[in-house]
Ligand binder design. Structure first.
Ligand code: AMP
Length: 563
């Protein structure tokens, strides 16, 4: 059994290492060193995750619970802890300082314990699991007690990483890319194999243990599994129809439906639905479950589509309406009656034991059409094959007239690439593109709005470093009701508070409109938005969808050309 101290020490070294190659080597060393049982746990831990992203298990510890547990363990008040957070700006350092105070400045912690009492990696994981299982009345207390146990049993070197892991904010700069390369290096399996297995299983912990025990053949044989979501294939903006045609030739054109993505797993009579964020949303959409059972003529299948909320005339309703359906936990049936949905299927990934990912799109589409009986709830819409820009424009105008967003222009020969945003799926929408940015901070308001968080700090993503780079703030476009809702939503995501400024764990995506992108030295991204305003809170999107710095650069250059 490996001690948690080994993990903590490795984190400390990785944190202080600047280059990603060196970091990869260190992570590889760590993965090689742990036992098979510990390997999946450490793989997730090192990325700051406790459970795989697809799993419905969640640790559910926010700043409130963590501060409480620290206060109790250290015999301090919650405001003392908050004060420490303000001073240090870091939850790990706060934990270390708080607990040092208990022992009068001596770093004693568990040094009173003999080495058999040393915390092991698995023990920490088991405690986190117990924390995640606590629910209902008394769950706060139970979570706090379990955290207290960990803080009391940990040494100063460990405490910082326990605190950071508890809120899933490890911040040692290790993301999926580094872990993928580290697994490849540690167990001598090509990085492409690891990447593919990850896209299909969505679980780097599982990929790492397979690589270690079964090598490259084991990793190659990892495939889709019904009822475990696969990353969705994503689209990128096309600068023009002509560019798309000259790149691809004959293109497959479909309406871009104005709704929300659903991945459907049919396993006999058992239907499971996942959102774009890969959350299990089956219970919220019983009407879709029924429609799939009745109209999908396949015993086992994984399908991809867009659910659209429709009004009495069959036209799509506002995006917020569909989210009301997706998030619903109570009164599901009556909400289903109030906001009916139709499901537009556009892809098939798996059919009766056969993986279809590598089939060309047109062939997948034919297979899809064969196994769906169209009804008013569920359909496979027309896919047009053309290389005539006028025809595409016509389809595009029809889609807009019907109230949808525009068109998708796809490469008819392309495979289904899970988790990829590439040239094989292009989207064309009419308005000035909006940006999907992640909220990384906020400010407590003034006057009438003192109890609301507002003025949200936004960031784009730098895939090379894995960092989120600030691009400015958005403070307009919010109703009072929305501000109240957002304040509640962000309460659990607050990492550090200092005066009226709040740092927020990057998780929530705002779709933001703006007049112009400007170069700016005020923000780390090097860009700023002129007159940003909130269009939508994109609860359906996750941090993988956050616009990259490259995209901002591209939009900036395009805008300069137009002017
Ligand atoms: P965006 O949300 O702007 O990145 O656009 C991509 C999204 O459009 C996908 O994730 C789907 O939710 C949605 N969509 C609507 N119609 C289609 C379609 N025919 N093919 C693929 N995606 C579609």
């Amino acid at each position: 059994m490996t001690g948690f101290i080994e993990f903590a020490r490795a984190c400390k070294v990785i944190e202080a290492t600047p280059g990603s190659l060196d970091m990869t080597a260190l992570v590889a060393e760590l993965l090689e060193q742990v036992t098979p049982e510990e390997l999946p746990v450490v793989t997730h831990f090192v990325m700051g995750e406790v459970f795989p992203a697809w799993s419905s298990e969640e640790i559910g510890v926010g700043a409130g619970i963590l501060y409480n547990a620290l206060a109790k363990s250290a015999g301090l008040s919650v405001s003392d802890i908050k004060e420490l957070v303000r001073e240090t700006g870091d939850i790990g350092e706060t934990a270390v300082r708080a607990l040092k105070k208990v022992s009068g400045g001596q770093a004693t912690f568990s040094s009173f314990l003999d080495s058999s009492d040393e915390l092991s990696i698995i023990e920490v994981f088991e405690r986190f699991k117990a924390i995640s299982k606590a629910s209902g009345k008394g769950s706060q207390t139970s979570k706090i007690k379990n955290l207290q146990y960990l803080f009391n049993a940990a040494s100063p070197e460990e405490v910082s990483y326990i605190a950071r892991l508890a809120v899933e904010e490890l911040r040692i700069g290790v993301g999926e890319g580094i872990v993928r390369d580290a697994i490849s290096r540690a167990f001598d399996v090509p990085a492409e194999y690891i990447e593919r297995a990850f896209m299909l299983t969505n679980d780097l912990g599982l990929v790492a243990s397979t690589a270690s025990t079964e090598g490259r053949n084991g990793v190659l044989s990892l495939g889709l599994r019904l009822n475990r979501p696969i990353r969705m294939m994503l689209a990128q903006v096309t600068p023009s129809l002509d560019a798309a045609i000259s790149d691809i030739g004959i293109v497959a054109v479909e309406w871009k439906f104005d709704g929300a993505r659903v991945q459907i797993h049919k396993d006999g009579d058992n239907v499971t639905l996942f959102s774009r964020r890969l959350e299990n949303i089956t219970d919220s959409l019983p009407d879709i479950v029924e429609a799939v059972k009745e109209n999908v003529i396949a015993d086992r299948a994984i399908l991809d589509g867009e659910a659209v909320a429709i009004d009495e005339n069959g036209r799509p309703r506002a995006f917020q309406e569909i989210l009301k359906r997706f998030r619903r936990k109570y009164d599901v049936q009556s909400t289903a009656r109030d906001i009916p949905l139709t499901l537009n299927l556009f892809d098939i990934i798996f059919l009766n034991g056969e993986e279809l990912l590598d089939l060309p799109l047109v062939q997948r589409r034919a297979r899809l059409a064969e196994c769906v009986r169209s009804s008013d709830k569920i359909r496979v819409d027309t896919q047009y094959l053309t290389d005539d820009p006028r025809k595409i424009l016509e389809i595009y105008n029809d889609a807009l007239k019907a109230g949808h967003e525009g068109v998708m222009i796809k490469n008819p020969e392309s495979a289904y690439s899970p988790g990829k945003r590439g040239k094989n799926w292009l989207k064309k929408k009419p308005v000035m593109e909006t940006l999907d940015l992640v909220v990384i901070g906020a400010q407590w308001g003034y006057g009438r709005r003192t109890s609301f968080l507002g003025s949200y700090a936004l960031a784009c993503h730098d895939p090379d470093t894995g960092l989120f780079l600030p691009v400015g703030r958005v403070a307009t476009g919010f109703s009072d009701e929305q501000l109240a809702e957002l304040t509640e939503l962000f309460a659990d995501l607050i990492v550090v508070e200092s005066g009226t400024e709040v740092e927020i764990k990057p998780e929530v995506i705002f779709e933001v409109a703006f007049e112009e992108i400007q170069k700016s030295s005020n923000y780390e991204s090097g860009y700023a938005l002129r007159f940003p305003r909130l269009v939508n809170v994109r609860a359906d999107k996750s941090i993988e969808d956050v616009e990259t710095i490259g995209r901002l650069e591209e939009m900036y250059l395009m805008q300069r050309e137009r002017n």
